[in-house]
Design a protein around this ligand. Structure first.
Ligand SMILES: CC(C)(COP(=O)(O)OP(=O)(O)OC[C@H]1O[C@@H](n2cnc3c(N)ncnc32)[C@H](O)[C@@H]1OP(=O)(O)O)[C@@H](O)C(=O)NCCC(=O)NCCS
Length: 331
């Protein structure tokens, strides 16, 4: 993918932030007709974090961004561009990335949001890497931040048990040759957009008393159809991303999939014939944190020593759109 004149671009620093409040499956049993056993068996989730009233995509994203900047060993003023992947922005506009730019003191940095659901962080990482490779910027901050707890119908057991809040961030910079982003695969199938969405509040169905009464501002999902799509999309996309850089599944040290559901991860791993020991999961503790899921997992895997310099790491995700995104990194 890289021409000889292009710079190698990759993760120079990584960080994450999770809200303090923990909501367990037992807590959910008091809200809807469900059980710890059902949630655990069907999803692998035990608990998730929930943002406080004052916490937003921007405040969570800011905390993660500060960690990533520290980890990269740079100053906030060295960040020249901020990409925030979120489907739960603080406002329709301005972009959440602009709020984070101000909060961290990245003076004058370009800032915009990506609205691609759970795949947003990998989309952002790919875009940021191109910007760095082509020399447009030296340091691009990519953030995945979502507070889906504020867009969930807490009476709908089909969805409220699945999601959690959080943020993760990475500084993408020029790094040593042959390291960083080696290959990727991103795509979408908009004909499936109805399977996962928030119906009202946009120009299609602007907010009104009716939309509020109908709870049309919360997330709706066709779980079993999304499940089937997810397994196919993550495994096919992983293969294409590896093919793009001439690698194979056996070259990969660690797979970091979107943390949506343990059953989806296992089914995708089976299709790819990846042993479970080479897959990083933390869905048990945080649930599905949407665009934050991959950077939170990457930051945790890095902290736990599960990724070493030179390792081939594959991140793969699916989400609203419906969309998919995979990237191959040499760490
Ligand atoms: C949502 C999901 C866990 C449901 O698991 P499933 O095995 O497909 O379960 P089903 O939807 O077929 O439901 C089975 C039964 O459990 C019931 N059920 C659903 N949610 C429940 C809950 N929280 N607690 C208890 N029972 C529940 C259903 O009502 C259904 O009962 P019924 O047949 O009497 O109607 C699964 O489809 C999934 O993970 N889909 C992907 C979701 C996802 O990742 N979305 C995010 C995309 S980024």
């Amino acid at each position: 993918m890289r021409g000889s004149k292009l710079r190698a671009a990759g993760v120079k620093g990584i960080g994450a932030y999770l809200p303090e409040r923990i909501l367990t499956n037992a807590d959910l049993e008091k809200l809807v007709e469900t059980s710890d056993q059902w949630i655990l068996e069907r999803t692998g989730i035990r608990e998730r974090r929930i943002a406080s009233k004052d916490e937003t995509a921007a405040t969570l994203g800011t905390r993660a961004a500060i960690e990533a900047i520290k980890d990269a060993g740079i100053n906030p003023t060295d960040v020249q561009c901020i990409i925030t992947a979120t489907i739960t922005p603080d406002y329709f506009f301005p972009a959440t990335a602009c709020l984070i730019q101000d909060a961290i003191g990245a003076t004058g940095a370009a800032a915009f949001d990506l609205l691609v659901g759970c795949t947003g962080f990998v989309y952002g990482l790919v875009i940021a890497s191109q910007m760095v490779s082509y020399g447009a910027f030296d340091n691009v901050l990519v953030i995945g931040a979502d507070v889906l707890s504020k867009f969930i119908n807490w009476r709908d057991r089909h969805t409220c048990v699945l999601f959690g809040d959080g943020a993760g961030a990475a500084v993408i910079s020029q790094i040593d040759d042959d390291y960083g982003l080696l290959g990727f695969d991103i795509g979408s199938d908009g004909s499936l957009s109805k399977l996962l969405r928030i119906e009202a509040g946009g120009s299609h169905r602007p907010a009104s008393l009716m939309t509020v009464l109908e709870e049309a501002h919360s997330l709706t999902m066709n779980g079993s159809e999304v499940f089937k799509f997810a397994v196919r999309a993550m495994s096919d996309s992983t293969r294409r991303a590896l093919q793009a850089c001439g690698l194979d599944v056996e070259h990969v040290s660690l797979f970091v999939p979107h943390q949506a559901n343990m059953r989806i991860v296992r089914a995708a791993a089976e299709r790819l014939q990846i042993p479970i020991e080479r897959i990083f999961t933390n869905v048990e503790k945080y649930g599905n944190t949407s665009a934050a899921s991959i950077p939170i997992a990457l930051a945790e895997a890095d902290k736990l020593g599960r990724i070493k310099r030179g390792d081939i790491v594959v991140c793969t995700s699916f989400g609203g759109g419906l969309s998919w995104a995979s990237c191959v990194l040499r760490w």
